[in-house]
Ligand binder design. Structure first.
Ligand code: ADP
Ligand code: MG
Length: 284
């Protein structure tokens, strides 16, 4: 197989012009890199060779630099692919979570979870709390951390998962869809409880939880305490069976407290109240 070279050999080393033999070796090296599909190494060959000459690098160091270019580019491409697949809805990260604003959240625990070690033991994480306290933020942050650590991650909402399973059942793709939800090492299911999920939706969710049980992790967020899951799923038996599997190996975080979205509003109201009534507490 022949490969065309686009970069002239003379651009490789501006410091010292190449001899004819060097130029042809250089072209051959580029052709080898291209044939092996090491395109980033091929593209950066001129700079690496120029640096090697300028810094008088050993052959080993030069080869290491050249291959490091390819390895870095490959890793960046894979990460971009994992993040595309993950469908994270916001750019939230664990690093930009404000612990002062969420005293109920144990920083040490989140830092431990950020290492992704919980994925090795297929541990689930339940984030429970009222709206606006940072459940989705933490779930997205955990998803991003997992994708960055190399794990296949997928983010969905409970309602989307149910809708997708419903369509799959109608279109005869149930088994494929179940396999899809079994695949990722981390499945984030956001917002269980905002919409009731009775009947078929509850069994779809139950099946997803069951097939991942003790194999792969789920991060699940909910605004409903586990006691009211029977109501959410329209069936206390299904709810109990699902909770058994979810909680068997799990970390449960209760995030109650002031809604972050309302925080600014509260602060403004407090200032106003202080100015007008001399009290900082909300009027009962
Ligand atoms: P929930 O899912 O609990 O309803 P979100 O995670 O969607 O709440 O939080 C609402 C908004 O407030 C988001 O933009 C989120 O990034 C932000 N937020 C909430 N809690 C925090 C926090 N402790 N630190 C930083 N941002 C936060
Ligand atoms: Mg949310």
């Amino acid at each position: 197989m022949t490969t065309t070279q686009t970069t002239p050999a003379t651009t490789a080393m501006t410091a010292a012009p190449m001899t004819g033999t060097q130029a042809s070796l250089y072209q051959q090296l580029r052709a080898h890199l291209a044939a092996l599909k090491l395109h980033d190494a091929a593209q950066h060959l001129p700079e690496v060779l120029a640096t090697a000459q300028a810094e008088q690098l050993s052959m080993t160091a030069t080869l290491e630099r050249l291959l490091a270019v390819e390895v870095d580019a490959t890793q960046a491409r894979r990460l971009a692919g994992r993040l595309r697949f993950a469908c994270l809805p916001t750019p939230a990260t664990l690093a930009d979570f404000d612990y002062d604003a969420a005293p109920a959240v144990n920083k040490k625990l989140i830092e431990e979870l950020a290492t992704c070690r919980y994925l090795d033991t297929a541990t689930n994480i339940l984030l429970i709390g009222p709206p606006g306290v940072g459940k989705t933020h933490l779930a997205v942050g955990l998803g991003r951390a997992a994708a960055e650590a190399g794990y296949r991650t997928y983010f969905t909402t409970a309602a989307d998962l149910a809708a997708r399973c419903h369509r799959a059942a109608i279109e005869g793709r149930w088994a494929t869809t179940m396999r899809f939800f079994a695949g990722p090492t981390l499945l984030v299911i956001d917002e269980l409880g905002y919409l009731p999920l009775p009947g078929e939706a509850a069994s779809a969710l139950f099946q997803v939880v069951s097939q991942r049980y003790l194999k792969t992790s789920i991060v699940l967020t909910t605004n409903r305490g586990v006691a009211s899951w029977g109501e959410v799923l329209g069936d206390t038996t299904v709810a109990a069976a699902m909770l058994d599997r979810l909680l068997h190996r799990s970390v449960v975080l209760n995030l109650d407290g002031d809604s972050y979205r309302l925080r600014d509003h509260h602060a403004r109201a407090d200032t106003l109240r202080q100015a007008t009534t001399g009290t900082r507490r909300p009027l009962q």
